[in-house]
Design a protein around this ligand. Structure first.
Ligand code: BGP
Length: 465
């Protein structure tokens, strides 16, 4: 049994900035603009090349984590973190993606980040690709449409597994892999071409990523048998709007869009409903002989997930709301965040139970938190709303562990330090327990300030030790 770890999470593209420093190449996320056009680019229906010249790209500077990582990790240590989840920027290591030689300066940066974690006895948990594809691979190969991406990704993985052998125990292959069906550019660098069948492209990309993920799991185990490799699912239970069986069926179908990925990554084969759907819709998915064996050999060690909200589906008789990209009907029993994401701690417990019941594999919650506007007054941020959200969700997590017998290895809050929102590109949608003094336009001192939730989480972790 693994020791349970408490901590927090960030991602390179939302945290680091320094997009053109020390030989780093451009990546898909560097071309995601802020503002109203962001969503169309993320969905793959607007080519970033067609954006106006004065577009602003928030990931390029983000919150300057590249320059602040030492002080940020020290703040995490002060909170008592036992684990820090972060991602490596692929184009820092392979600037165009298809080079043979690595960019040593990029690796040196992560050497230091990892050393800093270990110095503070914080276990690094590394996402290999968090919404991140080198632009070179998009331009030259059409991104994950092309099977050759599997080899480039594997070369990148091999570099990391060898370099950080004995230092990094936990790896995640792809952040929220199911997001590829909803935001194909953000998740996988895909902009649809005219005459393409978007569904066929998405499942082709999915297949290549699933093969790459399985191969990465096998490779990691070969290089260091002590490593644990997980998949990562954007999770969240779905309720039927009414007892009408049609609403429940809609839920089943919607859930399969997410479980499709974990079914393959955890069980090692394509589920019957996916094969039937490919046949019915006449999708040509380039599954090669030998892929079945690859998928079977590379099943994951654990399932990591993000949870922010639950959803409601059914005949659309009620008002729609937002929620981590997926649309949902409004749930009259729940309150919502400023961004319309419905707050549902019991839904978290339901989600954890559902996933564990389905797979009986250990879980790791690697994202959970509240995006909110914080007010800075006299250098203080009194974010009681965030404390309430975290306290209620952690309570649900503990009930899942101790009352329901769900095996969970750890919990990392999302955006433990304020960073750029993935869906909106905003900085004012803050998740952190550490405030970053920057505004929407990147103006400000960049100074880090402890919020009230910082002390709350510090106290919580202390009580658990
Ligand atoms: C997940 C992503 C994160 C993070 C989070 C919060 O989908 O893995 O990168 O951003 O959601 O979402 P947002 O930033 O859109 O509020």
């Amino acid at each position: 049994m693994e020791k349970f770890l408490w901590g927090g999470a960030t991602a390179a593209n939302q945290y680091e900035g320094a997009y053109d420093i020390s030989g780093r190449g451009l990546s898909n996320v560097d071309l995601l603009p802020s503002g109203e056009k962001r969503s169309d680019v993320a969905k793959g229906i607007l080519d970033p090349k067609d954006l106006p010249a004065d577009s602003i790209y928030p990931a390029r500077e983000a919150v300057g984590g590249y320059y602040h990582y030492k002080e940020d990790i020290a703040l995490m240590a002060e909170m008592g973190f036992e684990v820090y989840r972060f991602s490596i920027s692929w184009s820092r290591i392979f600037p165009h993606g298809d080079e043979i030689k690595t960019n040593e300066a990029g690796l040196k940066y992560y050497d230091q980040v990892i050393a800093e974690c270990l110095k503070h006895q914080i276990e690094p948990l590394v996402t290999i690709s968090h919404f991140d594809v080198p632009q070179g691979l998009i331009e030259k190969y059409g991104s994950w449409r092309d099977r050759r991406l599997v080899d480039f990704y594997l070369r990148y993985c091999e570099t990391l597994f060898k370099r950080y052998r004995g230092k990094v125990r936990y790896w995640l292959t792809f952040n929220e892999i199911n997001m590829v069906l909803h935001l194909p550019y953000l998740a996988a660098g895909i902009t649809f071409r005219p005459n393409e069948d978007p569904l066929e492209v998405c499942y082709t990309v999915a297949h290549h990523e699933l093969v790459a993920s399985a191969k990465a799991v096998s490779l990691a185990h070969m290089i260091d048998p002590a490593t644990k490799v997980g998949c990562m699912l954007a999770a969240g239970c779905i309720y039927p709007n009414t007892p009408d069986p049609k609403d429940s069926w809609q839920v089943v179908e919607e859930e399969r869009k997410s479980y499709f990925f974990t079914d393959v990554q955890v069980r090692g084969y394509y589920p019957g409903y996916a094969k039937a759907m490919f046949a019915k819709k006449q999708l040509k998915i380039p599954i090669e002989p030998g892929d079945a064996a690859i998928l079977q050999a590379g099943v994951v060690d654990f399932i990591s997930l993000s949870y922010y909200n639950s959803r409601v589906l059914g005949e659309a008789t009620k008002e729609n709301t937002a929620g981590n990209v997926f649309s949902s009907l409004k749930n009259p029993y729940l309150k919502a965040s400023e961004w319309g994401w419905q707050i549902d701690p019991l839904g978290f417990r339901i989600t954890l139970n559902q996933i564990y019941d389905r797979y009986q594999k250990p879980l790791f919650v690697v994202e959970n938190g509240l995006g909110a506007t914080d007010v800075l007054e006299d250098d203080q941020i009194k974010d009681d709303y965030r404390i309430t959200y975290l306290r209620d969700h952690i309570d649900a997590l503990q009930k899942s562990r101790y009352e329901d017998g769900v095996e969970i290895w750890g919990y990392t809050t999302w955006g433990c330090i304020d960073l750029i929102s993935a869906s909106t590109g905003e900085l004012k949608k803050r998740y952190g327990m550490v405030y970053v003094d920057l505004d929407e336009n990147g103006h400000g001192s960049g100074k880090r300030l402890r919020k009230k939730s910082f002390y709350w989480y510090q106290d919580w972790i202390k009580q658990q030790k």
